[in-house]
Ligand binder design. Structure first.
Ligand code: FO1
Length: 335
C-alpha cells in the first residue's frame, strides 16, 4: 500500500502518474490538504480534494489545473449580474460538487464520508481521505498587518502581498480524519507530493499525530520536490503557484529552492527527489540527513489523460514491490 500526502494541482499530476504504473487503483491511498477550503456563497468548497477527485476521475481541466473540463460559468455571470462579486470562480459543473457536499455536511455527514460518496459517484477507486474532518484553515499575515484567508491571498490578491507568516488555524486541536494515521502507520511506502510545502504539506504535518506517525512508520517516506530551478515556466497558472510558494517560503526565511523545501521535511522524510536540473543541491539535501534521488520531475501531458512523469516511475522502481507495478513483470520477463 502506497500512501500519498499532498495538495491539489502538483499532487494530482503525481498521483495520476503513479496510478498509471500500478496494477490496482486501490494500491494508492491519498491524504489531501483541506486547509485552503473555504465557505463561499454559503457553500463548502474543498479545492484540493476536488482537484484530486477530478484528476483521478479524468475530469480535471488539465490546462487550468483546477476545476472540470468543458466547464461553463453561467452561475457566476448571474451572480455578477446581480451585483455580487464572485472573486472565487465556481464553474457550473463544479457547483454540483459543492451543492452535494454542503448538503451532506449540513445533514451531519462527516467530510471523510462525503468525500467517499463523491469519489464513488465520480468513479474514483483510489481511496481519497481529507486530512481532517475539522475546519482547519490557513491564514496569511501580510507585511501590512492584514490577516487573509489563504484563498484571499492566492486568488483575490494574486499572491502579491508580502507575507510575514502563515498559520494553520485549529490545526493543533483538530483530529486527523478516520484512517489517516492508520494508513501512514501501515503503508509500505509514503510519498509526499510535489505540493506547496507551506500551504499544502505544512497543514497535514501540523495535525496532531501525523509527524509522529511518519517517524514511526516502517515505510520509506519519499518527498518529491515542488521546485525546479532554471526551467522557464510556460503556463500562467504555474507562475501563479510558483509566486505563492516563493512568497510563503520567504516568510519563513527560505529561498524558493528545492533544498529549502527539503529542509522543511528533514524530520519526517527519508528520501528527497530532486530534479536533475537541481543536482547541484544534492549535497545540501544530504546535509539535512535526506537521501537525494535525482529524477526528471516535470510532467508532460500526452493527450487523452495520459501523463509522462519519470520521477513517479523512479520512485516506484526504487521503492514499490514489482508485483504492484503494471508492466514490471513484463520488463523482468523481457530481460
Ligand atoms: N484558482 C484561481 O486562481 N482562481 C479561482 O477563481 C479559483 C477558483 C477555484 C474553484 C474551485 C477549485 O476547486 C479551485 C479553484 N481555484 C482557483 C484553485 C485554488 O485556489 C488552488 O488550486 C488551490 O487552493 C491551491 O492549492
Amino acid at each position: 500500500m502506497i500512501v500519498g500526502l499532498g495538495g491539489g494541482v502538483g499532487a494530482s499530476r503525481f498521483w495520476r502518474a503513479l496510478l498509471a504504473e500500478l496494477t490496482e487503483p486501490s494500491a494508492l491511498t491519498v491524504v489531501v490538504n483541506t486547509a485552503d477550503d473555504l465557505w463561499v456563497h454559503g457553500l463548502r468548497v474543498c479545492p484540493d480534494l476536488d482537484t484530486t477527485l477530478y484528476a483521478l476521475s479524468g475530469r480535471q481541466d488539465l490546462e487550468r489545473g483546477w476545476g472540470v473540463q468543458g466547464e461553463s460559468w453561467r452561475a457566476m455571470a448571474a451572480v455578477r449580474a446581480l451585483g455580487g462579486d464572485p472573486w472565487f470562480n465556481l464553474g457550473d459543473l463544479d457547483l454540483g460538487t459543492h451543492l452535494f457536499r454542503t448538503g451532506l455536511l449540513r445533514d451531519g455527514v462527516g467530510l471523510a464520508e462525503v468525500t467517499r460518496r463523491l469519489a464513488a459517484g465520480l468513479g474514483v477507486a483510489t481511496p481519497v481521505l481529507p486530512m481532517t474532518e475539522d475546519e482547519v484553515t490557513s491564514y496569511v499575515l501580510t507585511a501590512a498587518g492584514e490577516l487573509l484567508h489563504f484563498q484571499e491571498f492566492h486568488v483575490a490578491r494574486r499572491s502579491r502581498d508580502e507575507v510575514r507568516a502563515i498559520s494553520y488555524r485549529n490545526a493543533d486541536t483538530a483530529a486527523p480524519a478516520p484512517g489517516v494515521l492508520e494508513a501512514i502507520l501501515t503503508a509500505d511506502l509514503v510519498v509526499i507530493a510535489p505540493s506547496n510545502p507551506l500551504a499544502s504539506v505544512g497543514p497535514i504535518l501540523a495535525l496532531p499525530g501525523v509527524r509522529e506517525a511518519l517517524r514511526a512508520s516502517q515505510a520509506p517516506v519519499v518527498a518529491v520536490t515542488p521546485v525546479v530551478s532554471g526551467v522557464p515556466i510556460r503556463a500562467a497558472g504555474e507562475q501563479h503557484r510558483a509566486d505563492t510558494r516563493a512568497g510563503l517560503l520567504r516568510s519563513v526565511g527560505l529561498s524558493h529552492t528545492a533544498s529549502a523545501a527539503a529542509s522543511l521535511l528533514r524530520d519526517v522524510a527519508d528520501v528527497f527527489v530532486l530534479d536533475r536540473a537541481d543536482e547541484i543541491e544534492a549535497e545540501t539535501v544530504a546535509g539535512f540527513g535526506l537521501e537525494a534521488l535525482l529524477a526528471d520531475t516535470l510532467a508532460t501531458e500526452l493527450g487523452d489523460g495520459a501523463i509522462d512523469l519519470p520521477a513517479a516511475r523512479a520512485v516506484l522502481e526504487r521503492f514499490a514491490p514489482a508485483e504492484r507495478r503494471a508492466g514490471a513483470s513484463e520488463t523482468r520477463e523481457r530481460r
